[in-house]
Design a protein around this ligand. Sequence first.
Ligand code: NAD
Length: 424
Amino acid sequence: MKKDSKVVLKDSNNPYESMLARFDVAAKIIKLDEATHNVLKVPSKQVTVSLPVYMDDGTTKVFEGYRIIHSTILGPSKGGIRYSTLVDVDEVKALAAWMTWKCAIADIPYGGAKGGITCDPSKMSVGELERLTRAYTIAMSDVFGENKDVPAPDMNTGPREMAWIVDTYSKIKREYIPGVVTGKPLHLGGSLGRTEATGRGVMIAAMEAMKKLKMNPSKTKAAVQGFGNVGSYAAHFFVEQGIKVIGISDAWGAYYNPKGIDIAKAIAHSETHGKRLTGLKNVEKITNEELLELNVDLLAPCAMENQITHKNVHKLKAKLIVEGANGPTTADADAILQDKGILVIPDILANGGGVTVSYFEWVQNRNGYYWSLEDVIKRADDSMIKAFANCWGDATKYKTTMRIGAYIFALNKVANAIKSRGHF
Ligand code: NAD
């Protein structure tokens, strides 16, 4: 494998810079023409809105919300909505671009977008969250659309928020339009298999990679960072494959048991303790830093950006990293991972299972015909296996890493569409 050119970043914690750094490496390898390069390095639309919301104590608080559309070249833009105090423009821009690459890799007819509201949902009541979500939907009602831009859940949003969005949007448009958003509750047109789809895809990507590395699942030890939608299901499906999960974590702490953690019990604990692992039995408490550095074969970062950096990458022991989260590795850690011979299955491939089943949900909504769970799982698993093979193929062809191979596959596809559609 050729060594990728070293990446120098002004701010290695800036996810947009991290995205552009990989994009530039891939663009150089495939000799992407300058015009297409210029089109793709910036988002096509950026919308910022101020959202005044009545709080329960009678005050009014003004929140900032974003929707950033990176590309609609391959179809309506697709991407989740994140509620967090850390949401800012550069984060949303990076996440939007990653969605473009992810949808191209998953081979679904979508472009990429992302939304976010800077807020602390853990300090807000359900009523405040509902008013905020409905205010955001009204402000974005000309941006969203079944054929334009289709949001979905991301960190701190889920079926409940998607139900508020579909309701508000449908009331504005005076007709029920379930296909405007995915990740809805089942009884509102959600798809079977959507909730667990990202975590399941992470497992399928890990299994494909383990075949390449000739790793035996029953002799594999894993650590999973983050125990929300992606991490808890990834851990669950790892265990189903015979993998021993010895470390898990959430925002409040990390937990270790060398004999293997009972993931079913951890999920039940988290569900009954406000989505926290605090107080979990039969585990030793460790720090989140220690979790990443555990003596495991497989590490699945499933929490957030910038967790594997030039500062801690030297201490990692895993031979395989499967990125459930978006952007968990900073670009300046890539070369070190390559030097250490660690195989990284990048976010834009590994966590594409969620958007794939979101696409299935949208297809079902538009047809008014709903598939069985078996159908959804079979199609989603096949899609991940094919996407993995495509990225592996380009990584091999261009003698580069899986991450750059994945960018190359996506870039070639999007660039071809841009060339065929043209500009005016
Ligand atoms: P979530 O809100 O359900 O869960 C996030 C989890 O990470 C929680 O357990 C939280 O406590 C934990 N966490 C937060 N900060 C942490 C830290 N510093 N250290 C350890 N744990 C921490 O969110 P999610 O939907 O599971 O998303 C997780 C990641 O996966 C995000 O990067 C998201 O963009 C990405 N992703 C999600 C989906 C999806 O379908 N939900 C799809 C693709 C990618």
